[in-house]
Design a protein around this ligand. Structure first.
Ligand code: PEP
Length: 257
């Protein structure tokens, strides 16, 4: 983290978990524990159907709300989808784009992710763009090539004004939901390389102020060590964010004076 230049963000990605009543119960559980995080923004990312209830439930808790996907078209015959305007109007501040589960299970391509980035930014959302290599790619030594390709494709055509609203999350696929966390050195190396790539296109000031998160089996025990790195500005947390106490512990780990 480098609090002088950029915001620390701890974002819980709930995936397809929790109903509206469970969302309300979670907010009630978090309320007495969380206080007012001084250094970091806590975010919960929920399925679109829960957005409005989540915004209401987290209003007094100092947690921002976002969602986990949006479509790239403004409207039309896309059964089952939600546009960026829809999730924005339902209360989302952030939207996760390019998550490896969407790339793997719904065949989302880099072109799709780029179109979604444009749609989200047009609607006033803050995208959390996920990039990450598979285990095979890491073992072949092409991690940086993969990250660079995904990042460049996703950011194609994004202006210098828009990039200020983009958050990037480095999520090695082999670490997601597996309990195998990247070592702090591995995570810091890739997050640093992402900042360098952003600097090349958008300049030093933009790169210095961009929040770059790590995601992949982050939990209350490993958060502080990961977040101690200058280039890791927070976490995108799946499984561990489902438990209110663990989520608050991770927020607190990022919030030490
Ligand atoms: C994620 O899905 O973005 C994620 C990081 O999941 P987990 O923390 O469960 O590995």
């Amino acid at each position: 983290m480098n609090r002088r230049y950029r915001k620390t963000i701890i974002a819980g990605n709930w995936k397809m978990n929790k109903t509206i009543s469970e969302t309300k119960a979670y907010a009630e559980a978090v309320k007495p524990m969380l206080g007012k995080p001084k250094w970091c923004e806590a975010v919960i990312l929920v399925p679109p159907v829960n957005l409005q209830a989540a915004v209401r439930a987290f209003k007094d808790v100092k947690i921002s709300v976002g969602t986990e996907n949006c479509h790239y078209e403004v409207s039309g015959a896309y059964t089952g989808e939600c546009s960026a305007d829809m999730v924005k109007e339902a209360g989302a501040k952030y939207v996760v784009l390019g998550h490896s589960e969407r790339r793997a299970y719904y065949n989302e391509t880099d072109v799709d992710v780029n179109k979604k980035m444009h749609a989200a930014l047009r609607s006033g959302l803050r995208p959390i763009l996920c990039v990450g290599e598979s285990l095979e790619e890491r073992e072949l030594g092409v991690t940086m090539e993969k990250i660079s390709y995904q990042l460049k494709s996703a950011l194609s055509g994004i202006t210098a004004e828009q990039i200020r609203r983009v958050v990037v999350a480095y999520e090695p696929i082999w670490a997601i939901g597996t309990g195998k966390t990247a070592t702090p050195a591995q995570a810091a190396e890739v997050c640093g390389a992402i900042r360098t790539l952003v600097r090349k296109t958008y300049g030093a000031r933009v790169a210095r102020s961009m929040s770059i998160l790590y995601g992949g089996s982050m939990n209350a025990n490993n958060a502080a060590e990961l977040l101690a790195n200058e280039d890791i500005d927070g976490g995108l947390i799946g499984g561990a964010s489902l438990d209110p106490e663990t989520f608050v512990a991770i927020v607190n780990a990022s919030n030490q004076d």
